[in-house]
Design a protein. Structure first.
Length: 262
């Protein structure tokens, strides 16, 4: 497995772990982190038997957002060059959002700016009670442009709109109330909840999970290029003809028949 400087990765029992590992910078995101995240997330497609990918972080904070020291070094870039930088970060969000496996984000401490984009692109978000969130962009003269599509599709838009415009911080309870966070749990319970989800995911047919997730993402982000009814009915027909579906349906009926005989 690839060795990185700013992140750590690992695979165990069908679980791909992705850990932000830049404690001295509160896991702030620079260009190298973006490149490493894109490479690591992209590599998950090549791994067999992965059912869930977990994003977490070392240190006192999940992520302090963009690395301002790094951003200062890019100020001499022109608009096109800066857009290329922004595209790298947007690509990380897209890769994580569209992974064909279930994704989990485990949060603690401060979760700032671009980090919230990764959070919003996750399927399940579990936060410790100490987690604090803040969209800091406009206080720096910036805007939360690359994260906005992912944050808005997941959350209470009115609350998030105000949080982005004011930069007011909000806690884990407010994040859950407004659908950015799914569960609040301390470290021990966080592990138990994650393992419960994994136990269910391991029972499911991987291709069906991938196709289902792609459908849901395409519908939410308006990426379906044909009438929705035509798209969904054809997609279901294709999946029904798959060997995996045929096998699982036949297995279901065999079990039901055996129960009836008993």
């Amino acid at each position: 497995m690839e060795t990185y400087q700013n992140i750590q990765t690992g695979i165990r029992d069908g679980v791909f772990s992705l850990t932000l590992n830049r404690e001295e910078k509160r896991n702030a995101i620079n260009e190298q982190t973006m490149d490493e995240l894109a490479d690591a997330i992209g590599s998950i497609h090549k791994e067999k038997d992965i059912v869930v990918a977990i994003l977490q972080a070392r240190g006192s904070d999940f992520c302090a957002g963009a690395d301002l020291d790094w951003m200062r070094t890019t100020q001499q870039m022109n608009v096109d060059q800066l857009q290329q930088q922004n595209t790298k970060l947007q690509r990380v969000f897209e890769l994580w959002h569209d992974l064909p496996v279930f994704t989990v984000a485990l949060l603690h401490g401060n979760v700032v700016g671009g980090a919230i984009g990764l959070v919003a692109a996750s399927d399940l978000v579990i936060a410790r009670p100490d987690a604090m969130f803040r969209f800091s962009e406009v206080s720096l003269g910036l805007i939360p442009a690359t994260i906005a599509p992912y944050v808005l599709q997941r959350t209470n838009r009115k609350f998030i709109r105000n949080a982005m415009l004011t930069t007011m911080p909000f806690n884990a309870d407010e994040a859950m109330e407004n659908q950015l966070v799914d569960v609040i749990a301390d470290k021990g319970l966080m592990k138990d909840i994650t393992e419960e989800y994994i136990s269910y995911l391991k029972k499911n047919e991987p291709n069906a999970v991938a196709r289902c997730k792609q459908l849901l993402n395409d519908l939410v982000l308006n990426r379906v290029q044909e009438p929705v009814a035509q798209h969904t009915t054809r997609l279901l027909a294709e999946v029904r003809k798959s060997d995996a579906a045929s096998h699982r349906i036949e297995k279901f009926f065999k079990k039901a028949s055996k129960r009836n005989e008993d």
